[in-house]
Design a protein around this ligand. Structure first.
Ligand code: NDP
Length: 317
């Protein structure tokens, strides 16, 4: 293990991680970033697995997700962020400075910003891998407005608040939206469920599960099975959106900081502080509500400003 103690270790390289890096690098804190491979899918986080990003301010013509993350990275690098392409395997927040063990390196750091994001749950149906981003997505808010979904039949899988929100959002673009849920009652909050059920463009498909996504290069339909009658049917579609929940990438932090009952990192209200002093969190790893690149970047900025003040208060400049 190197004896050098980093002032800030940033774990994760999505919009939250890179924004935290840009702010702390510009404050001359030379942050050390673990870009990671696996937890968010790849270095750069969830945006590297999407196509066009049209809702990030500053890009009026939209930008390709991986290209956008390259720009974030370049900006963080320009101000002196040190980066390693490693996943963190283990952290020890019980000792100070904190100990962080990556795939190859072991480091000490006075402070940590956790930006490991979340992973959208997938179903693993046939053709899913091939049709992902070609009509299939886990984010209607990110992809729903794309031209090929306009005035076409679309489908959302799930029965929670996200599924309701996404189905309602998609009614702005699609000719109709099928909402496929495995039970006969929505999990979503009462108000969201009522609004969804009232929406005339949404057709509920109860007690049903997706068993196949259909298409050669682009999605053209889905095969659905009723779990009670076992009856199967094929529905023509241009878009299929999963809304079956996200899993926060927090496994390595279990027992080190407080997580909520679904595994998201708990922060003190109005701050990015976790239950362990000196450890901060930003982005989707602590946010199951908004989950947008721009909100992740916003909390990444806030975390960096809070770390800067915290380090100064400890006499670490
Ligand atoms: P949830 O876990 O609440 O809902 C997931 C839905 O997907 C459930 O209906 C579940 O079915 C279904 N599901 C899960 N796995 C499968 C599977 N393998 N096959 C088929 N269906 C499956 O996740 P959400 O993302 O909806 O919400 C997460 C949290 O964020 C919640 O606390 C929610 O309230 C909150 N949220 C709040 C919003 C707001 O306030 N505006 C907006 C969005 C989210 P089943 O019901 O049978 O378990």
């Amino acid at each position: 293990m190197s004896d050098q103690v980093e002032k800030i270790a940033i774990i994760g390289s999505g919009p939250a991680g890179h924004t935290a890096a840009i702010y702390s690098a510009r404050a001359n804190l030379a942050p050390f970033m673990y870009e990671g491979y696996v937890m968010g899918g790849s270095a750069g986080g969830q945006l590297t697995t999407t196509t066009d990003v049209e809702n990030y301010p500053g890009f009026p013509d939209g930008i390709n997700g991986p290209e956008m993350m390259q720009l974030f990275r370049k900006q963080a690098e320009r101000f002196g962020t040190k980066m390693v392409q490693e996943d963190v395997q283990e952290v020890d927040f019980s000792q100070r400075p904190f100990r962080i063990k990556g795939d190859k390196t072991e480091k000490l750091a006075h402070s940590v910003i956790i930006c490991t994001g979340a992973t959208a749950r997938r179903m693993g149906v046939p053709n899913e891998e091939k049709l992902w981003n070609n009509g299939m997505s886990a984010c209607a808010v990110c992809d729903g407005a794309l031209p090929f979904f306009r005035n076409q039949p679309l489908m959302v899988i799930g029965g929670g608040d996200t599924a309701c929100e996404e189905a309602m959002y998609l009614t702005k673009f699609g000719s109709k939206v099928y909402m496929v849920h495995r039970r006969d009652e929505l999990r979503a909050s009462k108000i969201m469920a009522e609004r969804t059920l009232k929406n005339e463009k949404i057709e509920m498909v109860w007690d049903s599960v997706l068993i196949d996504s259909i298409g050669t290069d682009f999605l053209t339909g889905a095969r659905i099975q009723n779990v009670k009658t076992k009856e199967e049917k094929e529905i023509e579609l241009a878009g299929l959106f999963y809304a079956i929940g996200h899993v926060p990438n927090t496994k390595i932090f279990q027992g080190q900081i407080d997580l909520d009952e679904t595994g998201y990192i708990k922060v003190k209200p109005g701050t990015q502080e976790t239950s362990c002093e000196g450890v901060f969190a930003a982005g989707d790893v602590h946010d199951h509500k908004y989950r947008q690149a721009v909100t992740a970047a916003g909390t990444g900025c806030a975390a960096a400003l809070e770390v800067e003040r915290w380090l100064a208060a400890q006499g670490i400049e």
